[in-house]
Design a protein around this ligand. Sequence first.
Ligand code: ATP
Ligand code: RIB
Length: 315
Amino acid sequence: MNKPRILTVGSANIDLMARITKFPSVGQTVKEKSGYEYKPGGKGANAAYAVHRMGGESIFCAKLGNDTHGARLNSIYANSGMDTRFISQCSHERTGLAMVMVEPNGNNRIVVYPGANEYLGRGDVENAVLCYPDAILLGFEIPVETVIATAEFAKELDIPLIVDAGPAEKNFPLEYLGKVEVFSPNETETYIYTGIKPDTTDKCLKACMALLNRVDAKVIVLKLGSKGCYVFDGTYFYVMPAYSVDVQDTTAAGDVFTAAFAVEYMRNGKNFKRAAAYANMAGALCVTKDGAFESVPSHSDICDFVLKNEINYQL
Ligand code: ATP
Ligand code: RIB
């Protein structure tokens, strides 16, 4: 099997994960009995690990803090199978932390304190791109200047750029990304960038058109949670419903989806329909498990899923 070499430029966080029964109202304190845990996460780390688990050669470029969380993440990454040469430490900032609250239906609400991620800079990426990847997978949980610099390097070296467009900010300068191979926001991000809620096929198409006015993308892939995904190549669109699974925790589904898409897209001659079907399965498997980094499925999990559910997908 072809093993695409993918450089992920993105965030690394420690996730403080807690299951909550109901959100407290203003001024209210609620007691929860289900406990909490510190687990590996961060949109970049989840995606980079997913690249490795899906069968790609994964190189991760990120910044950790000089603290116990950073040391713990470093050792997790060192044993993960990813190329960690471009993960560095910031001496004066703590590791990024995300407070992840998961509701009984598996949905989450996340607050991120970027910490050391804010110090991932142009120079870090400049070193990492010298590994000459087949594609760059880029997320927005790092400084905007670093996002733009990464896009510039991708253009200079003619490396396909796959963008996971979250987290979103209304005024994010999408226009500066230049040429993008695949641009993939989730529903909330799509709404923030375009003002259009992608809740019908018609509105998905309108949202894609609006995105194409701002981003020079070859393919737009909207991640639609339990509704699956919507793919638009500038001419035709494809609606791909989600697979039916028992949902435990949706955290990292989007990261896993885009990473899986990137690997399969690069592995199979940029066949985006096949990549979207593969990514839909990866996302579905991710939501059946608790956690972020720890819920990333492997290529072999996907193969089992195809066989078990008799899915029409050529392995
Ligand atoms: P997160 O922020 O929680 O990481 P996201 O909001 O970026 O996720 P989603 O659109 O929720 O991304 O999910 C990504 C993909 O995962 C979906 O496009 C779909 O393929 C799959 N997925 C998500 N939720 C479900 C679900 N409930 N059932 C089946 N598949 C799902
Ligand atoms: O997409 C999920 C991730 O978002 C979590 O792991 C958390 O760290 C935040 O970055």
